[in-house]
Design a protein around this ligand. Structure first.
Ligand code: GLN
Ligand code: ZN
Length: 764
């Protein structure tokens, strides 16, 4: 029979119970015992959901109080010494690595956290020593949770991060030089010990995640897979049977590195359905294919007919006992359940499927293939109806939008003149000094702002009252900027809850949820809006506030928009049209907004694209170039409609552009503001090497901390920057928006920043 399986389930709970419990524990309001009890309750609940849905293979150890990679760091004895020597209890040591610890005389920062592949989830980076040793913890979590499920009557398949990926995703600790993959021989015995314990506890199979096989890998890492899994295979019955799992990409380019002596291989057939034949051809003679056909990264209802076709194709080649129906990846990246969404339009709600619903989908697909479609006729009929309804719905298709897209011509992407002509005109009309100062957009989002916004959402104050309140906030922000003597003002974004949701709510083609939270890192969750149909702008979105701000300002006021790629990446995108099409629609909507802003007297306009880099396909080459091509085009499409004298800014929250500098240059933005205070000024070298002609504002201080940088520190920073950038190119600004800061520190830091800029203005 064809089995169904899930690679991992979201941990937070239907109402983010895990978030609430961990934060209460951190805040001293919940005991450790109560935290662990709550975590246990959630695990049990999630296993039962999957069991009830009819899933055959249910994962365990997919749960984590903070992050699954961090769990391994601790369970393998790979915590750096600065944590293990603090005498912290294991749970506190674990959280110390995840989020830092500053209590009871202990003061350690967290380990580095980075994005998990191209998702919005962040993992804690294994941080390794030159003399690293590994040791299995006395109570490995994988074993504890397997037994926990077994006692509840559920035999699970434990999930482990694989040894090669664990190391490949790691890095040497500061001042260390070890190449993590060289530690494999030391690490493998610990896996052997853990696997032996799992088998002894009763685990028949284990899922070992090796998603790094989808990358372009250094030769040494690539060569590590086969021997590693041969060694494990040599242990025979002493360990559970291994499901070797890859996801978020195809493995065709690394197919010669795929181990053949594992029990099963999992591949992501949502992202890369075309890899099916190659993978089947590379399987060992008895190896099972775990076919990931239900999307673990999105919220759309599965097209069951299409999935069944894929599975049947695999069954034809391998037989029913050698195919498992699976989610494409862990469901960690999807919200918990659609059942919580009481406010969604029922027409649209019928198109979605969150983790609980996806559990039923894998079960239905497996049953359809095992017993024949008649066994699940009702489910298949309802699914076909829903897929058809979505494809033909007016909510999805807007002929006017498509018509407009078809009329885009090459001129749409180009400013009227080249940069030298533009900047000369901008200098003339804006009259900015050397080293102009500005900020990135938001000013402190105070408690008062949140209270008023809430009141307005609940209908406790009228639109007119709320508008008055926002105007008052803008007045204050303008006054502060006057006092600080900044050169280009912003209105402060008091009306915006979130930089994507705010625009989504004003565009046609978006839907919003109330409970669809997805873990971003630790206890932090995000609730992305959903792009459901063709996007258009029914009315101006930001003009009113910007126009008002202009009317009360003596200096240039910068309009503030979120760019097309960031709107796309921080939403759940559609899966029925290519992302480039969605980006183009967003770009057209923003283009109208940019032109309207200009008409309203806003002659400096910033279009933020912090998400541009995270959308980069995981592998370099054709796919990455294609992405950059449409990403750059959509940015240009959104801004190119203005006059030469209007100055276009863009903003990025990082400064590592080495990999794709040509794309950053191709944006043709007049001014770029970027993060730089936490990274090395040396990163600016690329702007010199590539003879970047336009203006740049590398952030001169870190906005993530309440710390106020001194004027001297900022001067030192500017001095470093001047080693790379010409004085007439350099803008002075903070790293990012100030919304998470308090007013006092904001004013103090900006005062020092403006003084530092003035110092250099005198000097040059
Ligand atoms: N304009 C936005 C702000 O200042 C930019 C935020 C961001 O880059 N993440 O808040
Ligand atoms: Zn930023």
């Amino acid at each position: 029979m064809v089995q169904s399986s899930i690679l991992g389930f979201p941990r937070m709970g239907a109402n983010r119970e895990l978030k609430k419990a961990t934060e209460a524990y951190w805040g001293g309001k919940l005991s450790q015992a109560d935290l662990l009890t709550e975590a246990k309750r959630l695990r049990l609940e999630h296993w039962n959901i999957q069991k009830k849905a009819g899933v055959d293979v249910i994962p365990s150890n997919d749960f984590a109080l903070y992050d699954q990679v961090l769990t391994h760091i601790q369970d393998f004895g790979a915590a750096p010494p600065r944590y293990t020597t603090q005498n912290l209890d294991p749970i506190d040591e674990y959280f110390a690595m995840g989020r830092g610890h500053q209590k009871g005389g202990v003061d350690v920062p967290s380990l580095e956290m980075v994005k998990w592949f191209d998702s919005n989830y962040h993992y804690v980076k294994p941080t390794l020593q030159d003399n690293q040793t590994f040791k299995l913890s006395a109570n490995p979590k994988a074993v504890v949770e397997f037994i926990e499920a077994k006692e509840a009557g559920i035999i699970t398949r434990p999930v482990l991060v694989g040894p090669v990926s664990f190391l490949a995703l790691g890095k040497p600790d500061r001042d260390q030089t070890v190449s993590p993959i060289d530690l494999l021989d030391k690490l493998l015995p610990v896996y052997e010990e853990l696997l032996t314990k799992l088998k002894a506890a009763g685990a028949e199979t284990v899922q070992i995640d090796e998603p790094t096989l989808v990358f372009d890998l250094p030769a040494k890492t690539k060569a590590a897979f086969k021997p590693t899994y041969e060694k494990l295979a040599a242990l025979g019955d002493k360990i559970p049977k291994i499901v070797f799992a890859t996801y978020f990409g195809d493995i065709v380019h690394n197919i010669d590195a795929l181990p053949t002596d594992v029990y099963a291989v999992h591949v992501d057939l949502v992202r890369n359905p075309e890899q099916l034949d190659t993978v089947i051809g590379a399987l060992g003679p008895k190896t099972i294919l775990s076919a990931g056909v239900v999307d673990g990264r999105n919220i759309w209802k599965n097209n069951l007919k299409r999935s069944i076709e894929i599975i049947e194709k695999a069954v034809q080649k391998l037989g029913k006992d050698r195919v498992i129906v699976a989610t494409s990846s862990s469901l960690l990246h999807t919200p918990h359940t659609l059942a919580s969404e009481k406010k969604l339009d029922p027409e649209i709600a019928d198109w979605f499927s969150f983790a609980v619903e996806k559990a039923s989908e894998v079960a239905v697909i497996a049953k359809a293939v095992t017993e024949g479609p008649a066994a699940v006729r009702a489910e298949l009929e309802a699914n076909a109806k829903s897929i058809q309804a979505r494809a033909t719905s007016k909510r999805t298709n807007d002929p006017k939008v498509k018509e407009r897209q078809s009329k885009i011509t090459p001129e749409f992407y180009n400013r009227k003149s080249e940069f030298p002509i533009r900047i000369a005109q901008q200098q003339k009309s804006l009259g900015l000094p050397l080293f102009p100062t500005t900020t990135i957009g938001s000013f402190p989002q105070t408690k008062e702002i949140r209270i008023q916004r809430n009141k307005f959402t609940k209908g406790e104050i009228t639109a007119a009252e709320y508008e008055k309140f926002i105007e008052k906030e803008i007045q204050e922000v303008v006054k502060v900027q006057e006092e600080l003597d900044l050169d280009v003002y912003v209105h402060g974004e008091p009306e915006r809850n979130d930089m994507v949701q705010y625009f989504g709510e004003r565009l046609d083609g978006y839907a919003f949820t109330t409970h669809a939270w997805v873990q971003s890192y630790g206890s932090r969750c995000v609730r992305p809006p959903i792009i459901v149909g063709d996007i258009s702008r029914p009315a101006p979105m930001t003009v009113k506030e910007s126009k008002y701000a202009v009317s009360i300002s003596k200096k240039p006021m910068k309009g503030m928009l979120t760019g097309p790629i960031t709107c796309l990446r921080w939403s759940f995108p559609r899966d029925d049209v290519h992302q480039s099409v969605q980006a183009e629609q967003l770009a057209l909507a923003l283009r109208d907004e940019v032109i309207d802003l200009e008409a309203a007297g806003v002659f400096v306009i910033q279009v933020d694209e912090p998400a541009l880099r995270e959308g980069l396909p995981l592998r370099s080459g054709k796919e990455r170039e294609a992405y950059l091509d449409w990403a750059v085009k959509s940015f240009r499409l959104s801004v190119a409609g203005v006059q030469d004298s209007t100055q276009i800014h863009s903003h990025f929250c990082y400064s590592e552009f080495q990999d794709f500098f040509h794309a950053i240059a191709a944006l043709d933005a007049d001014v770029l503001s970027i993060e730089n205070s936490k990274s090395d000024a040396k990163l600016l070298k690329v702007f010199v090497d590539e003879a970047y002609p336009r203006h740049i504002g590398p952030g001169v201080y870190d906005i993530h901390s309440p710390r106020v940088p001194s004027e001297q520190e900022i001067k030192d920073r500017i001095e470093e920057m001047l080693a790379y950038l010409k004085p007439e190119q350099l803008w002075i600004d903070p790293d990012c928006g100030l919304k998470t800061r308090q007013w006092a520190e904001t004013k103090a830091a900006l005062t020092n920043m403006v003084n530092a800029a003035k110092f250099y203005r005198q000097k040059y």
